[in-house]
Design a protein around this ligand. Structure first.
Ligand SMILES: Cc1ncc(COP(=O)(O)O)c(C=O)c1O
Length: 484
């Protein structure tokens, strides 16, 4: 024991690493906040009719009857002991073989998929987290057209610490050929140059097709231009085709797998999962297809943290190998129900004066609430969102998707018809209660929107590039291209 004075107190050890502290400090996004409110007070026709109606979460609830019926068949009950043992972390061989056959046919692949190039993980979020970790170093950037599915950012940031470089798209229409929120290779170029000027090393381009939240489908030509752009700059392309089979309009969907000649196959990676096209977001199974051996080796090391249970892999194999059921029951019915639900929502929104963007895929519509904003700012968008929540209606504000124009909301239609009607009813009550006030603040206040973007106000998505503001000119023209 020392006889001297007290030793200086050691600095308390931080419980978290710097990385842990960064992760702990990241605030939940708007979609997470909205979902938490819904979970605390969910609408239930019988038990909680005044509860929150959720048209904010992108889930397909239209075909559970079909899935339930198929699940009851005998082949689903067949469990082998191996399914309960450790298996290949990449996914069981038989499941990967079934996935390869399934994707070859349903993505109309140019050549048969090789099961060895497939890794199965617990959902597309896990694929994003893993892929971004092995492709990028902390603070590297990835290009992503916005608005975009907001979850990508949290997954890539939380794991790999990488940052989005937005390619902002606007509703303006500049010529006969273009349409609202249109992506072009020139916009990708401009965003890449901006990032370079800011000293950001961009490593990848993420494309969502069919798009979330726009419901757009990339024409084959645009897809090729994007791939060529990425090839020119040696960028990886991560094709998120999670809504690949939720296409109900007349547009032709082109999967990246179906292209005869991909400019840079070693840097082109495809992902899909069961959440949306099979309405099984709770089953948590996603697929990565990459021809790049080194990347796959790295991904497979991390896949041990994101594996899928053997019995689940077996059940899903039964689903995707039953072509008779897929072709004659599940997909035709799903498509028909999606189209019907979309029509009901679009018509109902039109009745309350809300136009939507024309869409052909996904489970939602991108709707223009700008004339209901008090001012053309993100603060006003959030205020409207809060008001809707007070009316017990959850929809998703554009800010959650990094949209650069305030006033756009995503509404999910893949739920029972009575909920859609109730949503319209609640919307009507709320929006028309203060119709006189909002009429004065209609969408003609472009100047406000311009100021908001230029000043980078608090409501603005981060990373807002000032020079894109000029694109807000001609904003009114977009009405030619929406369906109402
Ligand atoms: C475009 C897109 N990609 C990925 C995901 C994540 O899918 P999962 O939750 O099944 O991992 C979602 C979920 O909404 C999505 O919309």
């Amino acid at each position: 024991m020392s006889g001297g004075g007290a030793l200086p107190a050691a600095a308390p050890e931080r419980a978290l690493s710097a990385r842990g502290a960064r992760i702990a400090a990241s605030a939940p996004g708007l979609l997470d906040k909205g979902f938490a409110l819904y979970v605390a007070d969910p609408f239930d026709r019988r038990l909680n009719p005044q509860g929150i109606l959720n048209l904010g979460t992108s889930e397909n609830k239209l075909c559970y009857d079909l899935i339930e019926e198929r699940l009851k068949r005998l082949d689903m009950n067949y469990l082998e002991p191996e399914l309960f043992h450790y298996s290949d972390t990449q996914g069981t061989k038989s499941f990967r073989e079934e996935i390869a056959k399934f994707l070859t046919d349903y993505a109309r692949a140019a050549e048969a998929l090789n099961p060895e190039h497939i890794t199965v993980m617990s959902g597309c979020c896990a694929v994003f987290a893993t892929l971004s970790t092995v492709l990028c170093d902390p603070c590297d950037g990835y290009l992503i057209p916005t608005p975009c599915y907001g979850g990508i950012n949290s997954k890539t940031w939380l794991y790999g610490g990488i940052q989005p470089v937005h390619v902002p798209l606007f509703s303006e229409v500049t010529d006969e050929e273009s349409h609202p929120f249109q992506l072009t290779a020139e916009k990708l170029e401009a965003a890449l140059q901006r990032a370079k000027n800011q000293g950001i090393r961009v490593r990848a381009l993420i494309l969502i097709n069919p798009h979330n939240p726009l419901g757009d489908i990339y024409p084959a030509q645009l897809l090729k231009h994007c791939l060529e752009f990425a090839h020119r700059y040696e960028l990886h392309v991560i094709m998120d085709e999670i809504y690949m089979l939720s296409v109900y309009g007349d547009a032709t969907f082109t999967s990246v797998l179906s292209l005869d000649c991909v400019p840079d196959p070693e840097r082109t990676h495809f992902m899909w999962d069961f959440s949306k096209d099979f309405g099984m977001s709770g089953i948590r199974v996603g697929v990565l297809y990459t021809r790049n051996h080194e990347i796959q080796k790295a991904v497979n090391q991390l896949a041990v943290f994101h594996g899928c249970p053997g019995p689940v892999q077996h059940v899903l194999s039964q689903f995707i190998s039953d072509r008779d059921w897929l072709d004659n029951v599940f997909f035709p019915t799903n498509k028909k129900r999606l189209k019907e639900a979309q029509n009901i929502l679009v018509d109902g929104l039109a009745d309350v004066g809300i136009p939507v963007l024309k869409s052909s895929g996904g489970l939602y519509v991108w709707a223009d609430f700008r004339k209901f904003l008090k001012s053309q700012t993100f603060e006003a968008e959030l205020e409207l969102w809060q008001k809707l929540l007070e009316e017990k209606l959850l929809i998703s504000p554009g800010k959650a998707f990094y949209c650069y124009e305030p006033g756009w909301f995503r509404l999910v239609f893949s739920d029972s018809v009575d909920k859609i009607y109730l949503c319209i009813q609640r919307l009507e009550q709320m929006l028309h209660a203060d119709a006189t006030e909002s009429a004065a603040n209609n969408i003609s206040s472009n100047a406000d929107a311009l100021c908001t973007l230029k000043e980078g106000s608090s409501g603005n998505p981060s990373n807002t590039p000032g020079d894109d503001v000029s694109q807000l000119k001609n904003i009114l023209l977009y009405y030619n291209h929406i369906c109402i």
